[in-house]
Design a protein around this ligand. Structure first.
Ligand code: ADP
Length: 398
């Protein structure tokens, strides 16, 4: 097999990768380099049921990590099977609604879009540059997290702000988690046995970051994340929607700097901020089960805000094929799923308790009662979407 795709998802201090068969989604090898740019930098490779972890050498950067991976692939006769590299790129702005073959112009656009995603796009670019060095002759394709949401109508993506902010500065809702919402909706279409273009679905990606998306006739028509991944439902460490006036109050009345507020809203809020314990849903659920009131409150706010977002998106539809839960929490937390569904009975969602207990740890299926609107748990597989779309893009170019 000479048509494997290397999928790279680069963060500022991490690099996730997988080598995949793009046709059947077979995972050949995967792993993660963490703590990059520090002396603790380490790379883990999972291959053939074995997992090896190795410390990286100076300068401990993305390039060193990719070079280590390339050496491993070469030693195991896998490098020659890589036909292309697919990069997850967080922000594609309005320019990119499709997978795109990377050239100098595309790289410069990704750099310009860093204004809209300062934490993500520069890291994505670093991954692209490091991969280009190591795989000089191999085509590289960018898959944008915002792309799936480019079908949203103006009424969904525009804020109630003076219009020139959109016209002159691109200030609008872009949405994220696009590859995940696309993948799970495609899976739901397979379950429904009809083309995705005929499916009306609300999809809830609940991980550390969380988003809800309305998919009408196969296209994203609204999503909860916005210009940045701060809008929408409450998340692990992000507040989600708040009155923007809170920011002025924190700065003007309480003396916080804008940098402080940025850190508070992005890193100290959400499940972590309310529970005062952790951003990890498992830890909070455990504490709540032992009677911790802050933990109970965090779960209560979290699930209510997600239910409210799902209910609000229902106004896009006259009929709904179903709801999807995905992401670490959506795929595993029967408590959160149960709390959400119990607040959506008006939309005819009724939990099947036994099914809800069963659909965890990678199991896919409907957790709603037989006469309820379906609610599927569908494990996401963003890597496969990136591999598949990279492969398709390549065949299109040839
Ligand atoms: P990321 O957005 O970083 O990719 P994930 O999609 O892996 O994150 O989701 C991480 C979240 O999933 C964490 O809050 C974690 O506690 C939660 N999670 C994972 N397994 C379970 C479980 N069995 N029960 C409840 N929550 C879980």
């Amino acid at each position: 097999m000479q048509n494997n795709i290397l999928v790279i998802n680069c963060g500022s201090s991490s690099l996730k990768y997988s080598l995949m068969n793009p046709v059947n989604g077979q995972l050949i090898l995967s792993g993660l380099a963490e703590c990059l740019l520090t002396e603790e930098a380490v790379i883990t490779i999972k291959h053939q049921e074995k997992k090896i972890s190795t410390s990286l050498i100076a300068p401990f950067d993305h390039e060193v990590a990719i070079q280590f991976l390339v050496d491993y692939l070469t030693q195991h006769q896998l490098k020659e099977t890589v036909s292309a590299i697919g990069h997850r790129v967080v922000h594609g702005g309005e320019k990119y609604s499709q997978p795109t073959l990377i050239d100098e112009k595309v790289k410069s656009s990704i750099e310009q879009l860093s204004k809209l995603a300062p934490l993500h796009n520069p890291a994505n670019l670093q991954g692209i540059q490091a991969a280009e060095k190591a795989f000089a002759q191999t085509p590289q394709v960018a898959i944008f997290d915002t792309a799936f949401h480019q079908t949203m109508p103006k009424r969904s993506y525009l804020y109630g702000l003076p219009y020139h902010f959109y016209q002159d500065h691109g200030i609008r809702k872009y949405g994220f988690h696009g590859t995940s919402h696309y993948f799970v909706c495609k899976e739901a279409a397979t379950i429904l046995n009809k083309p995705m273009e005929q499916c009306n679905i609300i999809s809830a990606h609940l991980g550390n970051g969380c988003s809800v998306t309305a998919v009408k006739q196969g296209k994203s028509v609204d999503t909860s994340l916005g210009l940045t991944p701060l809008e929408g439902v409450m998340m692990g460490t992000r507040s989600g929607d708040i009155d923007a006036g809170v920011i002025f109050h924190l700065v003007d009345q309480l003396g916080y700097s804008l940098e402080d507020v940025n850190t508070i809203l992005n890193k100290k809020s959400g499940l972590l901020g309310v529970s005062q314990l952790s951003n990890d849903c498992r830890t909070i659920e455990e504490a709540a089960s032992k009677g911790n009131e802050q933990a109970k409150l965090a779960l209560d706010i979290f699930s209510y805000r997600i239910a409210k977002s799902i209910a609000s998106f229902s106004c896009n539809f006259t009929s709904l094929d179903g709801l999807i839960f995905t992401g670490g929490i959506g795929e595993n937390s029967l408590l959160i799923r149960s709390l959400i569904l119990s607040q959506l009975t008006l939309l005819n969602f009724h939990e099947d308790k036994l099914a809800n207990e069963t659909m965890r740890f990678g199991k896919q299926g409907n957790i709603a009662k037989i006469d309820s609107t379906p609610c599927w748990v569908i494990p996401t597989n963003e890597e496969w979407v990136i591999a598949e779309q990279t492969y398709q893009q390549l065949n299109q170019e040839q």
